[in-house]
Design a protein around this ligand. Structure first.
Ligand code: IMP
Ligand code: MG
Length: 213
């Protein structure tokens, strides 16, 4: 059963019961992906992602009151699929910027210690920045990034996140636009990786436990 949080009508709340198991040895005929037996379930199908991204893009555009186009800041690599679909769904002009950060920590959790691997190519003074994030887990990466960008004098910073996990309630920056609240499970696909694999999947799935045990 999917539901919507009345306080956040844009956000679909998903539980573990929404995960559709992948049959052993089967390949989803709608999305052949070449990872047989590595995924245990599909959590968000490609069509549901695109439907949601259209709504997020319309909401961000409706709230844009600035003279200049919003500057979309994509956090590489995880948000790349989301950024490209989001930018194309946005009914107003936007400019794209890319940033790469690495957060130290284990493969499946982050520590909040962040290093910039690739910085923005330009000045963001006076601009409305929209950080386009794949997933907020602990929120540590986003919290650090929000402070870092805020110190550069933008007119506004908003965050649009496709996915959010339950621990993200601790994050101290306001994330106005969230696509899906998901259960506390490790997800892959649509940009999200485990050891650099699965980013190329067109949907969001759950990795079989034996792949990271
Ligand atoms: P945070 O700092 O804990 O919020 O984690 C942020 C980053 O960790 C995300 O941008 C992802 O790159 C990664 N991450 C967190 N949870 C997952 C997951 O379930 N699958 C894949 N990557 C994840
Ligand atoms: Mg990421």
């Amino acid at each position: 059963m999917t539901s919507t949080d009345p306080a956040r009508p844009l956000t679909t709340v998903l539980t573990s019961a929404d995960a559709v198991p992948v049959m052993a040895g089967a390949t989803d005929p709608a999305a052949p992906h070449g990872y047989p037996d590595e995924l245990k379930a599909t959590l968000i199908r490609a069509d549901a992602l695109h439907e949601k991204i259209t709504l997020l893009a319309q909401a961000v555009a409706a709230d844009h009151t600035f003279d200049s186009p919003p500057l979309l800041v994509c956090v590489l690599k995880g948000a790349v699929m989301f950024l490209t679909d989001f930018a194309r769904a946005l009914p107003i002009p936007a400019e794209l910027e890319f940033m790469a950060v690495s957060s130290y920590g284990s493969a499946t959790s982050s520590s909040g210690v962040v290093r910039i691997l690739k910085d923005l190519d330009r000045d963001i003074t006076g601009r409305r920045v929209v950080i386009v994030e794949d997933i907020i887990d602990s929120g540590l990466t986003l919290s650090w990034l929000g402070k870092n960008l805020a110190s550069r004098g933008p007119a506004a910073i908003d965050v649009v996140a496709l996915l959010r996990k339950p621990d993200a309630v601790k994050v101290d920056i306001d994330v106005r636009y969230i696509g899906f609240d998901i259960p506390n499970e490790f997800v892959v696909g649509y940009g999200l990786d485990y050891a650099e694999r699965y980013r190329d999947l067109p949907f969001v799935g759950l990795l079989a436990e034996r792949m990271y045990a």
